[in-house]
Write a protein that binds this ligand. Structure first.
Ligand code: GLU
Ligand code: ASP
Length: 502
């Protein structure tokens, strides 16, 4: 068990210095700002890097394959968080995980800033996946570790933390996108690497003086007996993966596609494995198990929502580049002579999050007893996500060859409003519905909803590629709308299973 009590940890650091919060919060916010700056900056141009022709600095892959790679990359980012959380919890603690993670991420971005080479690209993505898995879940855990268990400041700490995430995500596509258009892809990736470097420097300089003992203990260290069992299990997993690679290589089918299929199968099995473990476990009471069952429809709703949200950097990013009028000269009848970098659309979601989050927080409080219960908020989120696609149908069926970008802005606005209904509530409901013995596993399941969503997206892009654009947005929008209605219909039954939580 951890060798310091929460009391000792909390008292080991400067308690004030940042808007009434411990100075450590600022350290973690700045580090995460730069990490997200690098992550979303790079992601804003990744799909273009993959499908742009070699002449234009890319790899010239087919659009659908490019979008599939970005989706599977995104799925792996959240899957590796499961490993990162486990490593911190049982082997190295959060402090070291964050440090190693930041280094790996920076190496990944540096590799991307080197001249084009497909193997190098895959290696770079692997570094970023492993690094993000180590850093992302653990930096959020570390924020929690700065406070006493029931400190009311925790909520405002996380609100500030989410703001820093989205500020990073907002600013970087502006820089990276401009550089990509005006200098080249590698300059854009270099900026992402420099961003992570800044984050790393801040973390190294400020961790000791501001984070005290937090993140140094290993919360649930492996016992010697467990070590043996764990090593055997890890060994078996590595062996199975290795055999898979050797076998497919021998059959000559070891391709990116088969690897992506493997990731998809594992990514879909994983959350259900967790669900079944919890439902069969003796460590969970029958009330707790009922709550897990109530969580399953919410999980599917989260998958549907994240599917559309994450398509913002694949399908909509491609749409922005290929089917949208980005030339302001044409849009303003010659008044402004500027071409909007397509990657700039990636700044819209985080911009709307930063500006609208306070409004939503205020609105839920203001609604008082009319504040909708969790399930209804999830349904509203699905309706808004559905509308974010349905609004694209009209301009696509009534406009010219290139769509006015204002429709795309509206689409991002709607999906961000959906995010504000589902994301904060989803996180807190996950903790509330979690059986006591499985809190961290339940959090992993929440992030795995994003993984499953991106696995679904990797398949949906084939559909996007094969039908008319308006049909795609119309049909996906209608299906999502239908899912929202189903969720509303089952909500009375879910209420029973929630056993007092709402
Ligand atoms: N966009 C947020 C982030 O990067 C949240 C993503 C999620 O919860 O899946 O931290
Ligand atoms: N809204 C996302 C998150 O909260 C950021 C993004 O998609 O750009 O970090």
């Amino acid at each position: 068990m951890a060798s310091h009590t929460r009391e000792e940890v909390v008292n080991s650091m400067p308690r004030t210095g940042f808007f009434g919060h411990p100075k450590g919060l600022f350290t973690l916010m700045v580090t995460e700002f730069w990490e997200r700056f690098s992550y979303y900056g790079m992601k804003a141009i990744l799909v273009y890097y993959l499908y742009y022709s070699v002449k234009d600095g890319g790899f010239g892959l087919p659009d659908a394959l490019a979008m599939q790679i970005v989706s599977i990359y995104g799925a792996l980012i959240y899957m590796s968080g499961v490993i990162g959380g486990w490593l911190a919890d049982r082997f190295i603690g959060t402090r070291k995980s964050i440090l190693f993670g930041a280094v790996l991420i920076m190496i990944g971005h540096i590799l991307l800033s080197l001249p084009n080479n497909f193997t190098l690209l895959l290696a770079a993505l692997l570094f970023i996946i492993l690094g993000t898995g180590l850093l992302k879940p653990n930096i959020s855990t570390n924020v929690g570790e700065l406070y006493h268990k029931n400190d009311p400041k925790v909520d405002s700490a996380f609100t500030l933390f989410v703001m820093s995430i989205n500020l990073g995500a907002f600013i970087s596509p502006l820089f990276v996108g401009w550089l990509q258009e005006n200098v080249g892809f590698h300059a854009g990736f270099m900026v992402a690497a420099i961003g992570m470097f800044f984050g790393l420097v801040v973390y190294i300089l400020r961790a000791k003086p501001t984070l005290g003992l937090s993140g140094l203990d290993i919360p649930n260290p492996v016992t010697p007996e467990e070590k043996k069992k764990t090593m055997t299990t890890v060994g078996i997993i590595i062996a199975v993966v290795a055999i898979y690679f050797i076998a497919t290589a021998a059959m000559g089918t070891l391709s990116l596609k088969s690897f992506m299929n493997l990731v998809s199968i594992v990514g879909i099995i994983l959350p259900f494995f967790y669900f079944i473990t919890m439902l069969l476990s003796k460590k969970a009471t029958s009330d707790e198990k009922a709550r897990v069952i109530a969580y399953i429809p919410l999980f599917f709703a989260a998958v549907a929502f994240w599917s559309i949200q994450e398509q913002g950097s694949t399908v909509l990013a491609t749409f922005a580049d290929k089917n949208t009028q980005l030339n302001l000269h044409t849009l303003t009848n010659g008044a402004i002579d500027f071409k909007i970098p397509a990657a700039w659309f990636q700044s819209l979601n985080p911009l709307f999050i930063v500006t609208l989050a306070p409004l939503f927080a205020w609105m839920w409080v203001k609604l008082g007893r009319f504040n909708p219960p969790t399930v209804v908020k999830f349904s509203i989120a699905l309706f808004l996500a559905a509308f974010s696609y349905l609004v694209m149908v009209y301009p696509l069926t009534h406009g010219g060859h290139l769509m006015n970008p204002i429709w795309l802005v509206l689409s991002y606005l709607l999906v961000t409003m959906a995010e504000l209904c589902i994301s904060p509530v989803g996180l807190s409901t996950t903790t509330k519905l979690a059986p006591q013995a499985f809190t961290s596993q339940m959090m992993s399941i929440w992030f795995l909803a994003n993984t499953v969503a991106q696995i679904v997206n990797a398949k949906l892009v084939d559909y996007y590629d094969s039908v008319e654009k308006y049909q795609y947005f119309n049909n996906i929008g209608l299906v999502t709308l239908g899912l929202g209605v189903i969720l509303l219909l089952v909500s009375p039954f879910m209420k029973k299973f929630m056993r007092g939580i709402h």
